[in-house]
Design a protein around this ligand. Structure first.
Ligand code: COA
Length: 326
């Protein structure tokens, strides 16, 4: 059985955080943040606002461009690094809040690659003919695990969510995928409140995100270039046939470097970094949604999605956009 993606929605908290916010307590500036990352603002959840709330908001946004039932969704996948709690899963809370009966529910932990992993799993469930309508959400409240004393990381992250419905279909709109991981980079980007050792090195277990920005940056550029080429090859296609690239939005300079290396026009690379910061698992659907909303991405456009992040892990997929929400 083939599958297509039939609708998309996004959500962000109402609280907007401009770069100047950080100038009050850190040695940084709006100019540095814009020049080194591209970020102009991001949104932070309130104290009593959690990842599951943003998931529900993204599904409500999705329902505005979906004129069919949501009650027959038979599987819910939430990709997140920042679940409300470890158990129960965010997916099961979303199922309950949306009153979706009899759905299988799982959270997946693949950091900023999580949303693409979710689509790959949904496609597999439908291909196996065990499920027909899968809700895939990438959602984060990273502000809750940000170390606000670390000026090189705290300026990067934002909160948000993006949701899609993957459905069984007569015609195929989701093509080949690839996944890859290099666990030896684990300690370069981690969030832990338990393990004291990672890759045989002692780490800080304080439930805050820690990263080695320069190492992650270099790994991201070289990995993305290599994996995009591999993904094109497993789809027996080339970049000329791709209308829009949607890589995870971690830093505008990563996207610029990748497009330059691939000789791909930067205006056909969709990003969410400038207006939302790095929203990890939510960054790809947010960029996709806004690309459609602002009239750039149209029905039948070929998209290449590629996520990467803590692990270090990477996942990419080629698909056809079927959605029009203007
Ligand atoms: N404001 C002002 N100066 C800052 C700063 C800030 N917020 N953060 C770092 N600096 C300083 C550093 O202290 C350093 O100063 P020094 O030269 O006196 O030592 C200087 O800026 C350059 O630091 P560097 O780490 O080389 O900056 P950078 O250009 O690599 O940018 C990151 C830092 C974190 C923005 C960048 O490395 C990055 O985006 N990495 C990838 C992160 C990522 O993708 N994470 C998620 C993966 S899913």
């Amino acid at each position: 059985m083939s599958s297509i993606i039939t609708s998309i929605g996004i959500c962000h908290p109402a609280k907007e955080i401009k770069n100047s916010y950080f100038e009050d307590f850190l040695d940084t500036s709006d100019q540095w943040i814009r020049e080194r990352t591209g970020i102009e603002r991001r949104f932070f959840a309130l104290e009593n606002e959690f990842t599951s709330d943003l998931c529900v908001g993204a599904v409500q946004s999705l329902s505005e461009n979906y004129n069919k039932e949501l009650g027959d969704i038979d599987f819910v996948i939430v990709a997140t690094t920042t679940p409300d709690q470890t158990v129960p899963s965010v997916a099961s809370q979303v199922q309950n809040k949306l009153n979706i009966k009899q759905a299988g529910c799982i959270d997946i932990s693949a950091a900023c690659g999580g949303f693409v992993y979710g689509i790959i799993l949904a496609k597999g469930l439908i291909a196996a003919k065990t499920h027909r309508k899968v809700l895939v959400i990438g959602a984060e409240t990273l502000s809750k695990v940000t170390d606000f004393s670390d000026r090189s990381s705290c300026i990067l992250f934002g909160d948000g969510a993006g949701a899609v419905i993957v459905e069984a279909s007569e015609h195929n709109g989701i093509f080949n995928a690839l996944t890859d991981t290099d666990g030896s980079y684990g300690k370069e980007l981690y969030l832990s409140n338990r393990a004291l050792y990672l890759n045989d090195e002692k780490i800080v277990a304080d439930n805050k995100l820690h990263q080695n920005g320069r190492v992650v940056f270099k790994w991201a550029v070289s990995t993305l270039v290599k994996k995009i080429r591999e993904l094109l090859s497993v789809n027996n296609t080339d970049l000329q046939d791709i209308d829009f690239l949607i890589p995870h939005s971690a830093n505008i300079r990563i996207l610029e470097a990748v497009c330059k290396e691939l000789d791909f026009p930067i205006d056909r690379c969709m990003e969410s970094i400038r207006q939302y910061g790095n929203t990890s698992a939510a960054s790809i659907p947010i960029a996709w949604y806004n690309g459609i909303k602002n009239g750039k991405i149209k029905p039948k456009d070929n998209l290449l999605l590629i996520g990467f992040g803590g692990g270090m892990t990477c996942a990419g997929i080629c698909l056809r956009n079927e959605i029009d929400i203007r």
